[in-house]
Design a protein around this ligand. Structure first.
Ligand code: OXD
Ligand code: MN
Length: 607
């Protein structure tokens, strides 16, 4: 079949060229376009999207170079029920992943892919996750028929022809394939409607042994921007296991003390638990400084000195918009002042954006995320979807750290785990050692939020290391991998591990901790534990701060509140322990013995 190449093939990499050709033959697009990541390409595609009615250009006086998109109401979040880890053996996918035999899944998906790009352009996106050429970075290619995906990838990944230099004629790349699943008949246009397939036909498929990603039917975020969750977490976690490094759902921040000493902290929190806010936090304690290295994903390898070094494989933020305000995250608000793609937020009459929790009242009328007129006085539903997003350049963040693109990565001093836990879990609790820390991380859980389409908001679900939806293999083997990492270096070189909880409430529902910038008060304690400047109290559940070591001056936190935040609720912990045991039962008989021993030891300590 003759392929209509719309521009010159920019590479002599035969395997890459044949891969593109093979998919073009199956998907039969109008033409194949090799993306270069340039500004001209971004502008041209943006213009086409605006002219086709799929995007609205925001008022350039208010939001220069910004676009607004509205998805199909069925295509607003990751769909975990349609996400598959199709390993050769089902047992290797483990109990938390959906599984279909890879040959069967490929056959089914090929059926969907046949002719799926009719009437559309096939874009081929070259990208590097991580600074181009870094030892920790990986090269990927995404085939897609969505111009929305292309411009989002421009922001989220390093889309550049430089990857061909690193790749040469024979280098390794991760092949990823995406289609919105809506071919166009002759003369048909999208006519302003976000193209996607019905939920039952969506597939977000990972083939861990062959390191392939096939996605069909969704145009949204983690389902479609394949460098992010699919590559940088699910496939990378498999590579990390095989090669002895870590791919984690973690923010990375740089913190500087008043004395000018620097530490780097990586933090794993389930989706929509405030990772972006923490990564960009403005400390409320004097003379401390926090800067951002990444807000969602960390790839970490051991350096020659035996310490773990992290890079942020992404180059942008795909953040949750509702709740983001000048009070909760001023640096995110500055990051989205220009050059940003908004998805499913509300539009004001003067061409700006609005969402619930933006920090000021809505005008009387708006256009809501579904494109309908919305009236503040009579509205029954939110104007922005709860999982509405902004896609913003990391480089536009006012507190992006100067070393955020260091190809060698930044040395990690501490890991934080956390989640939304209204009761029992203290404000901060340090693990006694790496194995205890692995146990504590494995037991993480959170109240469910709107980041995934098919989960019931409001209930607690266990989310080991905040990786539950993102581990590309068996959860118990993932926990074993954590233990193996701990055996690769000496204890003093490993990051210290802490569990934090900003979301504790009183029985009558009052928040006990102010959160946001005041979380710096907890970071200060973590920092001082890393420098050995402060002691901790050894308790049944771990190492807790002495009350006087958490600085609450200038906050509304009372001494009684702090006491509650740092107390060990033995009865609550007994319930917590049974919930942990239940989750371990689900993980099955591959759970490492060392972690089962941790359960027994905790049980004994609780008495
Ligand atoms: C995200 C998520 O989009 O975790 O980062 O869902
Ligand atoms: Mn995330």
């Amino acid at each position: 079949m003759k392929i209509n190449y719309l521009n010159e093939i920019p590479t002599k990499h035969d395997r890459l060229v044949s891969w593109v050709k093979e998919w073009a033959e199956l998907m039969t697009p109008e033409g194949v376009y090799w993306c270069d990541g340039s500004k001209a390409e971004y502008d041209k595609l943006s213009e086409e999207l605006v002219n086709g009615g799929l995007a609205t250009r925001l008022n350039p006086k208010k939001r220069p170079n910004c676009l607004l998109f509205r998805s199909d109401p069925s295509d607003v979040a990751r769909v975990e029920s349609r996400t598959y880890v199709a390993s050769e053996k089902q047992e290797d996918a483990g109990p938390l992943n959906n599984w279909i035999d890879p040959a069967e899944l490929k056959k089914t998906m090929r059926g969907f892919y046949k002719g799926c790009m009719k009437g559309r352009t096939m874009y081929v996106i070259p990208f590097s996750m991580g600074p181009v050429g870094s030892d920790i970075a990986k090269i990927g290619f995404e085939i897609t028929d969505s111009a929305y995906v292309v411009i989002n990838m421009h922001i989220m990944a390093r889309v550049t022809p430089e990857v061909y230099e690193v790749l040469g004629a024979d280098g390794e790349f991760i092949p990823t394939v995406h289609s919105v699943g809506k071919p166009l008949a002759r003369g048909e246009k999208d006519n302003g409607v976000w193209p996607c397939a019905p939920v039952k036909d969506k597939y977000i498929a990972h083939f861990p042994e062959t390191r392939e990603i096939w996605s069909y039917g969704s145009g949204y975020g983690g389902n479609a921007l394949l460098g992010k969750k699919c590559l940088a977490l699910r496939i990378a976690s498999v590579q990390a296991r095989d090669e002895g490094w870590m791919a984690e759902h973690m923010l990375i921040l740089k913190i500087t003390s008043p004395e000018g000493e620097v530490k780097h902290i990586a933090g794993a929190f389930p989706s929509a638990c405030g990772k972006t806010n923490l990564a960009m936090l403005i400390p409320t304690i004097e003379a401390w400084k926090v800067e951002t290295v990444g807000d969602d994903i960390a790839w970490m390898k051991f350096g020659a000195d035996g310490r773990l070094y992290a890079i942020n494989p992404e180059s942008g933020f795909f953040g949750v918009a509702p709740g983001t305000s000048m009070a909760s995250n001023p640096n995110a608000m500055h990051s989205i002042a220009k050059d940003t793609i908004f998805t499913n937020v509300a539009l004001t009459e003067d061409g700006d954006i609005w969402w619930e929790g933006i920090g000021y009242d809505p005008p009387d009328t708006l256009i809501d995320w579904k494109g309908n007129k919305w009236n503040a006085a009579t509205a029954k539903e939110p104007a922005a979807h709860p999982n509405a997003r902004f896609t913003a350049k990391a480089a536009n963040c006012p507190v992006i750290a100067d070393n955020w693109e260091d190809p060698a990565g930044v040395p990690i001093d501490a890991f934080l785990f956390g989640g939304r836990r209204p009761s029992t879990i203290p404000l901060v609790n340090q693990a006694t050692d790496w194995v205890h820390g692995t146990f504590v991380g494995s037991a993480a859980g959170s109240e469910i939020t709107a980041a995934a389409l098919d989960l019931k908001a409001g209930t607690v679900r266990r989310d080991p290391m905040a990786m539950r939806p993102f581990i590309g293999y068996h959860v118990a083997d993932f926990l074993q991998h954590w233990l193996n990492i701990g055996n690769k270096t000496s204890d003093d070189k490993l990051p210290k591990i802490f569990f934090v909880n900003w979301f504790r409430k009183t029985k009558d529902g009052r928040w006990l901790w102010p959160g946001f910038g005041d979380n710096s008060r907890v970071l200060e304690w973590v920092f001082k534990r890393c420098t050995g400047k402060v002691d901790a109290v050894k308790t049944a559940i771990g190492l807790l701060p002495k009350k006087e070591d958490i600085n609450i001056s200038g906050t509304d936190v009372t001494s009684a509140d702090l006491e509650a935040l740092l107390s060990v609720d033995i009865d609550g912990w007994k319930e917590e322990l049974s919930a942990i045991k239940e989750s371990y039962k689900i993980y099955g008989d591959r759970v490492p013995r060392e972690l089962l021993d941790q359960i027994d030891a905790l049980e004994k300590r609780l008495g």
